[in-house]
Design a protein around this ligand. Structure first.
Ligand SMILES: Cc1ncc(C[n+]2csc(CCOP(=O)(O)OP(=O)(O)O)c2C)c(N)n1
Ligand SMILES: [Mg+2]
Length: 613
């Protein structure tokens, strides 16, 4: 399909006044898993159809296309390909955020104003309607007094553990300035009590029976464990029962890394221990997880044909996933209820789990101290930062190869010590999110780990950190482009196309394989950080990095350390699989081979349709 579309786009022309010209000058793109195997592959294989251009930020691609089309009197433009956008991350991961965008005049008097979309057939559509599908609650305040019910409705959603996410109140600019009689009760102090809902008693009994019959049970802890403050009750419960715990990205930190039953990360970015135990589990108890494809390794993680699921979740929507027994309730309250039933795993199972955990710990030690040359490996950078960080300190990250490596390798010692926002794998979250995390926990040191690509997408909040005197320590891992999507591209047969930061040479932006390619772009990220007002320094070796981290801890201002790493030295996958689809038809042998491997891989996917009882 993508190849056909690229060919189609390449063949679109316009004619005016007898002059014919091509309509698409090329395609801007930032590749991610949502487009690398499709449009990305097609652009790679058919470079003469549509030239590919690399941008740093999705919004910028549209502006570049826009600028071009405007100069060309709209007779030509660019296509823009993206994998994903960032605005809805809060909604998918159920994090409350209130958006208050200005909107067109309710009076419509000065039509059209700058924000106006001017849909010819719908007078009530404004550009803010794009927020509707990504908001858990949306309203447009057309009369001043309407703010009263709308603000209350917005609050109900924002404070609801099950429904929360981005909430949008679009505010027409004239209405914002209007006076109205404000009811005293509206502005009086109001406390929203967050309840700890319990599943019905009969469901707890059914769950206890399932657990009682299980031979190889596994808990998968998600963000709900952390948000409900359930880490302590979880520790007590697993201590009593011997049920091991694997963690999703949002759930990492549910158990301290050195707990004997802590299997660590699960799924696509999982540890050898967790993935091994998951494969054979006969009962999986998901607590506060929404079971993303990363957690389930695209539904290949659980291979026992009789595996059953119990889902403890405040959101009914999540509690029925994988045909699970639904325990709709708060994680902490539900764990306490389940802990009322006694159960212990068989000693042989516990011993096996503990052995796998020990083996995993050795593997982390190995990856922390590879001594890779000439450039260090990313895993060594993670090791150095982990060792520099105190037990309560926080690591923040979001996109690239770092989240996967951190998920596997970061040794979390505190329930709030690991902050990777992986809902949308949103590039650009890191520094801005780190700033927010530090504002929320000023007594903890916040370490932001960020790739050069993400840094280039959104580093400007360093200025805010400087302005507000908020100290974050930012470690920029510079591997001259996208190591993550580069390796994904390679695995799909597309040779790292569009993932290097190189000069264009002989028409090419560079590929992974040997051959004529331009030099790497002379981007000086340390100078960039300094120009934004942060203290900055360059580390060349892991020893340099350790010394810089010591200085950074003592500093009182935002501190940025850059370090170059080897983009090809990655952490193993430990038997996991992720469904990203290579082209079904291609002239390239590598793509055909990747497709064959994909066909084999997806045979292991399980639909998990079996009823829990
Ligand atoms: C906003 C956004 N655009 C695109 C992507 C797809 N994507 C995922 S990782 C990545 C590259 C990140 O590069 P960098 O920060 O340098 O990290 P590295 O891959 O080198 O570890 C891209 C483009 C994304 N996750 N988010
Ligand atoms: Mg990079």
């Amino acid at each position: 399909m993508a190849q056909a579309l690229v060919r189609f786009l390449a063949n679109q022309y316009v004619e005016r006044d007898g002059i014919e010209q091509r309509f698409f000058a090329g395609c801007w793109g930032i590749f991610g898993h949502g487009n690398v195997g499709g449009i990305g592959q097609a652009l790679h294989e058919r470079p003469d159809d549509l030239r590919y251009f690399q941008a740093r930020n999705e919004q910028a691609m549209v502006h570049a296309a826009h600028g071009y089309a405007k100069m060309r009197d709209r007779l030509a433009t660019f296509a823009c390909t993206t994998s994903i956008g960032g605005a809805a991350a809060a909604t998918v991961n159920r994090i409350p955020v209130l958006l208050l965008p200005g909107d067109v005049f309710a009076s419509r008097a000065p039509d059209p104003v700058l924000q106006q979309l001017e849909v010819p057939w719908a007078g009530d559509v404004s550009v803010n309607d794009v927020f509707r599908p990504v908001s858990r609650y949306f309203d447009r305040i057309l009369r001043a007094e309407q703010i009263v019910p709308s603000a209350l409705a917005a609050m109900r959603v924002l404070v609801s553990p099950a429904e929360t996410g981005a909430v949008t109140l679009a505010l027409p600019q004239d209405v914002q300035a209007e006076a109205f009689e404000v009811p005293d009760d509206f502005v009086a102090r109001r406390t929203w009590h967050i309840e700890r809902r319990l599943p019905e008693a009969a469901a707890i009994v059914r769950a206890a029976e399932l657990i009682g019959a299980a031979k190889r049970p596994l808990i998968v802890a998600g963000g709900g464990v952390i948000y409900s403050g359930a880490t302590e009750p979880l520790r007590t419960w697993v201590g009593a029962t011997g049920i091991p715990v694997a963690e999703t990205q949002a759930g990492k930190g549910a158990l301290p890394f050195d707990h004997p039953l802590a299997l660590g990360a699960i799924g696509v970015t999982g540890s050898s221990a967790a993935n091994r135990v998951a494969r054979e589990a006969d009962l999986v108890i998901g607590i506060g997880t929404r079971w993303t494809d990363f957690t389930t390794a695209s539904k290949t993680a659980f291979q026992d044909p009789n595996v059953r699921f119990i889902n403890v979740n405040v959101a009914e929507f999540d509690s029925y996933k994988h045909s699970g027994l639904a325990l709709v309730g708060d994680a902490r309250a539900t764990i306490a209820a389940l802990a009322g039933w006694s159960y212990t795993v068989e000693p042989a199972y516990r011993e096996k789990v503990e052995r796998l955990v020990r083996e995993w710990s050795k593997e982390v030690d190995r990856l922390y101290s590879l001594g890779h040359t000439p450039l260090p490996a990313q895993s060594e950078v993670i090791g150095a930062v982990n060792e520099a960080a105190g037990p309560r300190d926080v690591v923040v990250c979001a996109a690239g190869s770092l989240p996967g490596d951190l998920h596997k390798l970061w040794r979390t010692r505190d329930g709030k010590g690991y902050h990777v926002e992986y809902g949308f794998s949103t590039m650009g979250y890191e520094i801005a999110g780190g700033l927010g995390a530090k504002m929320a926990a000023p007594d903890r040191e916040v370490y932001v780990l960020v790739g050069d690509g993400s840094y280039l997408m959104l580093a400007q909040e360093l200025v805010t950190a400087v302005q507000e005197g908020i100290k974050i320590i930012v470690v920029v891992v510079d591997n001259h482009g996208f190591a993550s999507i580069g390796s994904l591209s390679r695995s799909l047969g597309s040779q790292g196309f569009g993932t290097h930061y190189r000069y264009r040479k002989s028409g090419s932006l560079g590929l992974d394989r040997e051959g004529p390619q331009g030099d790497t772009l002379p981007i000086d990220l340390a100078a960039n950080a300094a120009s934004l007002g942060a203290v900055s320094e360059r580390a060349r070796t892991i020893a340099d990095l350790r010394a810089a981290l010591t200085r950074a801890r003592r500093a009182e201002r935002p501190y940025v350390i850059t370090i170059e790493t080897d983009r090809y030295e990655s952490v193993p996958a430990y038997g996991s699989w992720w469904e990203v689809v290579p082209a079904e038809v291609s002239g390239l042998a590598e793509v055909r081979a990747a497709r064959e491997a994909y066909e084999t891989g997806r045979k292991r996917a399980r639909r998990q349709l079996r009823s829990p009882e």
